[in-house]
Design a binder for this molecule. Structure first.
Ligand code: SF4
Length: 304
């Protein structure tokens, strides 16, 4: 039996940062990494009300577990989990139930917000009526907006999302390959503060996917494994496979991508000053006369 390097009497269950550790040390190790990320970027301030984007997938459930456990240590005043119901039959229903159960088990308030309630149509309806040629891209834009609106309604000072280091590395590379450097603005562990938006943070930004899965397993997180039926984006899938291949030869490829981005960000590369005007329909900051979420909401509603 291989032993935990910190507790000789306990069996090792995993390797964390190269060391064999028992279940307790693995959990505390992952939580310590999240706490360090939160403190390093000043993600939360004492007394704040924090919103947690809770989709019901593994990453968001792990985020909820860890923030609930670290709440006293981080001085968080209150937590509210926010779940967006896009209206994807057979997929979101299960995720919402998992999210509801987790929030109730952790004694965290839970708020549901739906595309139908906000824009009068579900994603399924819009797809069946042929209104959205690229459902995943419309959905992604509207999900972000729905989360922000719910976080505002709930009086959140900050909104935490469950993006891991792997997600961030993929997004950085994708935005570079697409030639959309302005989108890098929302890639960092702490999004550049945009007036009019609830500030966003990513407490799992330095956890690898493997560490997220390990924590989910150790805590017994019940999560949805089925992928979304509309999940699209051939480029993201290609990047995911390429990075996995690259990491066989260069084990720190993802970490180094994130580091390179952070250096660029420190030098002022991703400046929030691009958001100079406000959308004429909703009043949110925008780079164009009508913001992307309003354009996508009109598409969802079938408005030309
Ligand atoms: Fe929406 Fe795409 Fe996420 Fe599915 S994968 S919930 S379509 S953003």
């Amino acid at each position: 039996m291989e032993e935990c390097v910190f507790h000789a009497s306990a069996a090792s269950v995993a390797r964390l940062d190269g060391a064999s550790v028992c279940a307790g040390c693995a959990m505390r190790g992952v939580e310590a990494k999240v706490k360090a990320a939160v403190e390093r970027h000043g993600m939360f301030e004492r007394g704040q009300r924090v919103g947690v984007a809770l989709s019901g997938g593994k990453d968001s459930l792990v985020l909820l577990h860890i923030t609930a456990r670290l709440k006293p240590a981080l001085g968080i005043e209150s937590l509210v989990a926010i779940t967006v119901d896009e209206g994807i039959k057979g997929y979101r229903d299960e995720a919402m139930e998992l999210a509801r159960r987790a929030a109730s088990m952790l004694h965290v308030e839970h708020r549901l917000v739906g595309f139908r309630e906000l824009w009068g149509s579900t994603l399924d309806d819009a797809v069946s009526l042929g209104r959205v040629p690229n459902p995943c891209s419309t959905c992604g834009v509207l999900r972000r907006r729905a989360l922000d609106m719910a976080a505002r309604t709930e009086g959140c000072d900050v909104l935490a999302t469950g993006h891991s280091m792997d997600d961030n590395a993929e997004t950085i590379l994708m935005n570079i390959l697409r030639g959309e450097p302005q989108r890098l603005l929302r890639t960092g562990a702490k999004t550049a503060m945009l007036e009019g938006y609830v500030p966003r943070v990513k407490p799992l930004a330095y956890l690898t996917e493997r560490e997220v899965v390990l924590y989910a397993y150790l805590v017994g997180v019940d999560f949805q494994a089925e992928p979304c039926p509309y999940r699209g984006g051939a480029l993201r899938l290609d990047i995911l496979k390429s990075l996995a291949r690259l990491e066989k030869w260069y084990p720190d490829a993802r970490r180094n991508l994130v580091r390179a981005y952070e250096m660029y960000e420190k030098q002022g590369g991703a400046s929030a000053k691009q958001m100079l005007r406000v959308c004429e329909l909703c009043g949110y900051p925008s780079t164009s006369t009508v913001c992307k979420p309003c354009q996508e909401a009109r598409r969802l509603q079938g408005i030309p």
